[in-house]
Design a protein around this ligand. Structure first.
Ligand SMILES: O=P(O)(O)OC[C@H]1O[C@H](O)[C@H](O)[C@@H](O)[C@@H]1O
Length: 546
């Protein structure tokens, strides 16, 4: 399916030529066209995208869309949804989206047997949720489970965590769901101190069941349970979600308490599978299904809307224009919504772990800048921190402002101020402030001519920073599903355009390997391949080790 490299398209050269000219184009000037906002915004699945504050026009869009055709984006989309093994370095299909599709679609793509496995896993999730909510899941001392600790990291953590926080209004009161991801012992101690072992269920989530952090945290949780519940069989306090059933059983999880995963669901896209179990427990299985339904709605939009009106495709092309052509190598993700405060962290994994690569399908270096450095924080906190750099440094940082029109709380006047700040920031980043304006402001404030001259340059803001504003009414499970799928597909499209495999993560694997080797050195093994810096740091640690 990979018929050509990114740079073989003539549109790429055209876009490079255009970029030089657009770099000095004022975004504000696009608004001389009174239809700018109408023409550069769209609605899909109850999510509204305003991209009128981007530094592009119809001309650039046409080249980007032409390039998408050259890269056979349409075929690539069909390939992914149809179950082609597009993750070619691991020889796997990429089918997280099938988990949110109706059963007949699952059957036609995966066959009857796997479709039945999916249905079985869903049934298992549903029953477990119901049992917990009714207080019928009992711990070994006969008390009902009241708390669930989900142990997992990366994709086996972030999706469920971010969705659970976003959907607070839908939380079930009967069971509290907690997460443990970091390997730091302080995190473990803090979490376990809140819990009663008699009424705690531990869900170990690991696709491979070999991730160091997850296994160590799970072992510590097991010791904690065992030390309190001596003389009891604690196996009912464990549930596992994994594609490695053997290892989960070896750990001590009952086979009937293991929910499956499949190799065609990538970790960072796995919240739609049983990896979403803690989330389903937190919000109820019906709401979890609604979230899948929302994502399916976005899947349908993505597969059927013409590219010029296709939200994930447009967001992908805009992002590529910014990073690969205009040379803006970062993306600030700024949710003006407290419930989405974990979203920047989640997106860091989904985006950077997917597209933070420089080699194309043919094994050659990609001649374009690929994934941006994604960072962000909830508004307005970010305004009092890194946004200074966005206004006045010599970096241009494109931004995604994400804002809910309705408040999640009764403090409506807070919400008005929050939204006002969001709109003010995107406007200020675009408009900036000229030297002339800065001087006029200072003169108005009554400063002496000398002070006006001295201070004015410090008050200048270059402006012209592009941004998207993504707007929705408050989150429902369905809308959140659509929103998460929007970013998933955006990232997929970007991978196709850059000609890279968005679904492996060899860089992360190297860290895991070295982590294991260094742990062995700390345990007494010698390893002369390590640098003297690392050897000495290990010695320093060993000198102090308690
Ligand atoms: O689910 P696990 O096998 O424990 O993997 C957890 C995580 O490990 C690594 O960080 C991978 O890069 C992630 O994509 C994955 O989600």
């Amino acid at each position: 399916m990979h018929s050509q490299t990114t740079t073989q398209s003539e549109h790429v050269n055209t876009l490079h030529d255009k970029a030089n000219q657009y770099l000095t184009h004022s975004i504000s000037d696009y608004f001389n066209n009174s239809l700018r906002f109408e023409q550069f915004s769209l609605n899909a699945c109850n999510i509204f995208l305003d991209y009128s504050k981007q530094n592009l026009d119809e001309n650039v869009m046409q080249s980007l869309l032409g390039w998408a055709d050259d890269m056979q984006l349409n075929t690539a989309i069909k390939g992914m949804f149809g179950g082609e093994r597009i993750n070619h370095t691991e020889d796997r299909a990429v089918l997280h989206s099938i988990l949110r599709a109706p059963a007949d679609k699952q059957k036609s793509v995966l066959g009857e047997q796997v479709a039945n496995e999916i249905a079985g896993a869903n049934q298992q999730m549903k029953e477990l949720c119901q049992k917990l909510h009714k207080g019928e899941y009992l711990g070994c001392t006969g008390n009902a489970i009241t708390d669930v600790v989900a142990i997992g990291i990366g994709g086996s953590y972030y999706g469920a965590k971010v969705a659970q926080e976003s959907l607070k209004a839908f939380h079930q009161q009967s069971v509290k769901v907690h997460y443990l991801a970091n390997i730091d012992g302080s995190a473990v101690a803090e979490k376990l101190a809140l819990l009663n072992p008699e009424t705690t269920l531990v869900i170990i989530i690991s696709k491979t069941f070999s991730t160091q952090e997850t296994l160590l945290n799970a072992k510590s949780a097991r010791s904690w349970l065992a030390s309190y519940l001596t003389n009891y069989d604690i196996s009912d306090h464990f549930v596992a979600v994994s594609s490695n059933i053997t290892k989960a059983i070896e750990f001590g999880v009952k086979e009937t308490n293991i929910l499956p995963m499949w190799d065609w669901v990538g970790g960072r896209f796995s919240v739609w599978s049983a990896v979403g179990l803690p989330l389903a427990i937190a919000i109820g299985y019906k709401n979890f299904e609604q979230m899948r339904a929302g994502a399916f709605q976005m899947d349908e939009h993505f597969q059927n809307a013409p590219f010029a009106e296709n939200m994930p495709v447009l967001m992908a092309l805009i992002g590529i224009w910014n990073s690969s052509f205009l040379g803006y190598n970062s993306l600030a993700v700024l949710p003006y919504d407290h419930s989405l405060r974990a979203f920047p962290g989640y997106l860091q994994q989904v985006d950077m772990e997917s597209n933070g690569k420089r080699i194309n399908h043919f094994g050659d270096e990609i001649k374009l800048t690929t994934a941006p450095i994604v960072f962000g924080q909830e508004g307005t906190n970010g305004q009092h921190a890194f946004m200074q750099l966005m206004h006045q440094s010599n970096e241009i940082v494109p931004a995604d402002f994400i804002v809910s029109l309705t408040s999640n709380s009764d403090y409506h006047h807070h919400h008005t101020m929050l939204v006002a700040n969001c709109f003010a920031q995107s406007e200020a980043l675009m408009v900036g402030k000229t030297l002339k304006q800065a001087k006029a402001n200072l003169t108005e404030q009554g400063l002496s001519a000398n002070d006006v001259e001295r201070l004015a340059p410090h008050k200048v803001m270059p402006g012209n920073s592009p941004s998207n504003t993504i707007v929705f009414d408050h989150f429902t499970p369905k809308r959140l599903g659509a929103f998460l799928a929007l970013y998933e597909h955006k990232i997929f499209v970007q991978g196709v355009m850059w000609g890279l495999n968005s679904f492996d993560q060899w860089g992360v694997e190297l860290g895991k390997e070295l982590g294991t080797s260094i742990l062995a050195v700390m345990g007494g093994e010698s390893n002369d391949t390590l640098s003297s810096s690392t050897q000495n740091l290990i010695s320093k640690y060993l000198d102090k080790r308690q």
